[in-house]
Design a protein. Sequence first.
Length: 102
Amino acid sequence: MGLIEKTGQMEVQWHLVQILPRLPLTKAEIVNTYQMVEKYLTSSSAIVKTFTYQCFFELALQQLCLLSQTRKHLEIGIRSTTKAVRSRCRRLLKEIENYEER
């Protein structure tokens, strides 16, 4: 978890956000992790941003209080200048809508 705040290397960041949702975290750790990872949205790397949005989605499914904030992030992401980011955000927004319809 310490690596989240310490690393500025984009390759490490995009691997971290892929790993984090798979860790056995408590509810409080999930919320804390989510908040720490939010700074990755300022990265110049489209890969880091894309995987960060995916991380938000996966953490939000584990801690539903994060679903609203995730939706807000994704709605901003669909206006990205990067096609990969826009595409991932659109797909994740659809998944949230499908989840909420259940």
